[in-house]
Design a protein around this ligand. Structure first.
Ligand SMILES: [Zn+2]
Length: 466
């Protein structure tokens, strides 16, 4: 008898353990939380840009999901899935512009999801989601009002255009680069947009940009821009690196990059490649934050009495002991006067940056509005700080030889939306009068075309070249 009692007791304990283990194992399958349903977008108007329906169930996992669209009394199923194994999360992509028969206007999106819980007589917990969206699959309209017949290689083009009121973003797209357009800057035509764009020094001659307009549903219209590219001769130069320059100018800059190890040549390459890239990225970051109004006034000015020591987009080869060490594009003009002379603002604007900037040494960057910036490098001292408003020819500091500079000079650069552009155009009053001013004054059409034909681009370049 005692034995039998003991066996029953052991069996009872085993059954209890089994029930406990089962409870722990199957607890998720007993949960009562329904699945979570959300959309990857908050937009009420949807179109070309796909979005996703995100369905998840942290407990038992998902068992099934169905998605339907209702419009004008008819329903169509977008997705209907039953999962063999419960899944924690499922993303269902939706591209409304690709749904056959869907018309523009309101549409109701319905999602029903069930989890793998054994509640509700094994049916699981159900979640329902419903949202009315507006379908818009028509891109904005785009009309080119004025453009340039000629653009200089490395230089800037200016266009005027109109877009429909639903446009959320517009401008000129050139490869990976984007040059935004600005409304309310053209006299008497507040609804017109003005955009500057660059045919950059590093872009193939036969490449052309597109004017694009995108609405808030992501529908985009593109229009290829046409112009004749004027060749600008860029020079190649060779600069011999001396041990003195490497020790006193290059090596100290390595504080800004990781390693101080290596041969003089390796140290130069670290500065010329890695630090230059870090510095150019920083300049691009500063000069892509455009002010949406014009802060400049007329032609830009070259530093008084300065001599041009080096041109824009020269391809420099640096040599050490007669061997090529590295190359770099020189993205500005080197201007020299005497030592420690006042550096003048090329035009009115605001100070976007004032501080040390690696190879450029002590640097000031001015924001002239509409994406246009000027850069002043190798300064000995500063007379301005970030946020200051400056007028044309106002002193920004004194020239020096900070950064990667052999001798006292000003490195002067012009940037448009993060891209280095030909400075001579902006020094040339005739180029501005012909290409920029008529468009901003609202004079377009034949008048501009005639003015452009008469334009003699980069005359100043020839005059200033050595
Ligand atoms: Zn320079």
């Amino acid at each position: 008898m005692k034995k039998a009692v003991a066996v029953v007791a052991v069996l009872l304990v085993l059954v209890l353990l089994a029930v406990l283990a089962g409870g722990i194992l199957f607890r998720p399958r007993l949960e009562s939380d329904p699945p979570q349903i959300s959309l990857s977008t908050n937009a009420d108007t949807v179109g070309a840009t796909p979005f996703a329906i995100i369905v998840g169930d942290a407990g038992a996992g998902l068992k099934s999901v169905s998605v339907t669209l209702s419009q004008g009394g008819s329903d169509q199923t977008l997705a209907s899935e039953v999962f063999a194994q419960p899944v924690a999360e499922q993303r269902i992509p939706v591209a409304l512009s690709k749904v056959p028969g869907l018309k523009e206007g309101p549409v109701t999106l319905r999602v029903v999801a069930r989890d793998a819980s054994i509640r509700n007589w094994l049916a699981g917990n159900e979640a329902k989601f419903e949202k009315t969206l507006t379908v818009d699959i028509t891109p904005p309209t785009l009309e080119l009002v004025a453009d340039d017949r000629y653009v200089n290689f490395g230089g800037v083009g200016a266009i005027v255009y109109k877009v429909s009121a639903d446009t959320a973003k517009s401008g000129v797209k050139f490869g990976d680069r984007f040059y935004p357009g600005f409304p309310a800057v053209i006299q008497d035509h507040p609804d017109h947009y003005f955009a500057l764009f660059a045919h950059a020094y590093d872009v193939p001659a036969d490449a052309r940009p597109s004017l694009i307009a995108t609405d808030k549903a992501g529908n985009t219209r593109e229009m290829r821009l046409a112009y004749e590219l004027k060749n600008v001769k860029y020079k190649k130069s060779t600069i011999a690196l001396t041990d003195n320059f490497l020790q006193n100018k290059v090596a100290p800059l390595l504080d800004d990059v990781a390693s101080k190890q290596g041969t003089p040549k390796e140290i130069f390459v670290a500065v010329n490649k890695r630090l230059r890239k870090v510095n150019e990225d920083k300049i691009a970051e500063i000069t892509t934050k455009a002010t949406p109004s014009i802060l400049w006034n007329g032609a830009f000015v070259q530093l008084t009495n300065s001599k041009v020591e080096a041109n824009f987009a020269d391809l420099r080869t640096y040599t050490y002991n007669g061997e090529a060490a590295d190359t770099a594009y020189h993205l500005g003009y080197d201007l020299s006067v005497t030592k420690n002379v006042p550096v003048e603002a090329a035009n009115s604007g605001t100070v976007a940056f004032a501080g040390p900037l690696g190879i450029y040494g002590n640097t000031v960057i001015l924001d002239h509005g509409l994406g246009l910036f000027t850069l002043y490098g190798h300064l000995n001292s500063f007379d301005v700080k970030v946020g200051d408003s400056v007028t044309k020819r106002q002193p920004l500091g004194k020239t020096g030889e900070t950064g990667l500079a052999a001798g006292d000079h000003l490195h002067y650069g012009v940037y448009l939306d993060g891209v280095a552009v030909l400075p001579v155009e902006w020094w040339d009053p005739k180029w501005i009068e012909d290409n920029v001013q008529p468009k901003l004054a609202g004079h377009t059409g034949t008048e501009t075309a005639v003015a452009q034909q008469a334009a003699k681009p980069h005359k100043a370049n020839k005059k200033r070249s050595r």
